[in-house]
Write a protein that binds this ligand. Structure first.
Ligand SMILES: Cc1ncc(COP(=O)(O)O)c(C=O)c1O
Length: 343
């Protein structure tokens, strides 16, 4: 189907609109010159959506509309202590008069920096559960969501439950829409779509799954490369493949994605694990800040950009490639890492 048809199908879902699209797609001229390789670009989803923005803005447009449609007064979600998804959910709930309940499987920290500070500004209810933090890939993403859903029901009662990272078919319609947007921008810039690779950080995989489904549905040859930043989940590629397949199905053209074909580099760039900042991440943050004046975050985009720099150094891409780094946000996390960001 063409992009217009896909947009029309997406319009059948209730949706809030958080900002102007398309988000900017900008060249990175200085870094491209410095590295002397493929042309580098950045797509600025970092400022999109409520509460300082990020990739969750696109997912929350659909998720919050669904919460309202169901008439729920409470919204529950969860994540790591510096969860951007939790922060943006809290920001989305505040003006709608909905109670945001955020679950963190960690001890309550003595101070609440970065995203946690913003969570309190948005008047979210913070639930710190000092066990079951996981993060060791002993459970699948779906098992984790089921457990937290049950726990939140016991503690909070009736609510609209949002899986970690907004990893649902409804939420990830937002990145199906983004795929259409990206393809249109690539065309408008006169770039050969089969020479374009879009690189994104992967946490729960919803952004990648949405893009996979969207590009598949419009038959775009744009390639994707997800960089896993957390090695968080058991059988993770299978979860992403299933979600991308479910997205195609609800949009009217079923397709089966095989886990082995999910375009993701698992584990390699995650370092010791989710939210553990590495020296390479600090270098990547400095590199982009000093060449282009653009800030990355320590947990997602900094780690993914470090992976991208490594792949470039190892000649992974031919010089005529156009590499688009999807900036998915996460900036408040910088203030939780303080001195570590200095490298
Ligand atoms: C800043 C940022 N970038 C990337 C991601 C990864 O997105 P996804 O969970 O859709 O893989 C997240 C959340 O998980 C995020 O907060």
């Amino acid at each position: 189907m063409d992009g217009r048809t896909l947009q029309d199908r997406l319009d059948q879902w209730p949706r809030l609109h958080y900002g102007r699209t398309p988000t900017p797609l900008e060249p990175l001229p200085n870094l491209t010159r410095q590295l002397g390789g493929p042309q580098l670009w950045i797509k600025r989803d970092d400022g999109y959506g409520p509460g300082m923005g990020g990739n969750k803005g696109r997912k929350l447009e659909f998720l919050m509309a669904e919460a309202l449609r169901q008439g729920k007064r409470k919204v529950v979600t969860f994540g790591g202590l510096q969860s951007n998804h939790a922060r943006m959910t809290a920001a989305a709930c505040a003006p709608l008069g909905l109670e945001a309940h955020l679950f963190f499987f960690a001890r309550r920290p003595s101070t609440l920096p970065g995203n946690l500070l913003l969570d309190t500004l948005f008047n979210a209810r913070l639930h710190f559960i000092p066990f079951g933090g996981g993060g060791d890939a002993s459970l699948t993403l779906e098992q984790t969501n089921r457990l937290v859903r049950w726990l939140s029901w016991a503690l909070v009662g009736r609510s609209y439950f949002m899986p970690v990272g907004g990893h649902t078919v409804i939420g990830c319609l937002g990145y199906v829409a983004a795929a259409v947007e990206l393809a249109e921008q690539v065309t408008a810039l006169g770039l050969a779509a089969d020479k374009v690779v879009v690189v994104t950080a992967v946490g729960t995989g919803g952004t990648l799954a949405g893009l996979m489904a969207g590009l598949r549905l419009i038959g775009s040859p744009i390639q994707l490369l997800g960089l896993d930043i957390g090695k968080l989940w058991k059988t993770f590629p299978a979860s992403i493949a299933r979600l991308a397949g479910d997205l195609c199905a609800v949009l009217g053209e079923p397709h089966t994605f095989l886990p082995a074909n999910v375009p993701m580099i698992a584990e390699t760039y995650a370092g010791p694990g989710y939210s553990v900042m590495t020296q390479n991440t600090a270098v990547a943050i400095h590199t982009l800040a000093q060449s282009e004046g653009i800030i990355l975050d320590p947990v997602y985009t900094g780690k993914a950009f470090a992976g991208l720099l490594d792949l470039l150094a190892n000649g992974r891409f031919s010089p005529d490639t156009h590499l688009i780094f999807l900036h998915t946000g996460g900036l408040p996390g910088l203030w939780a890492y303080g001195e570590q960001v200095k490298g």
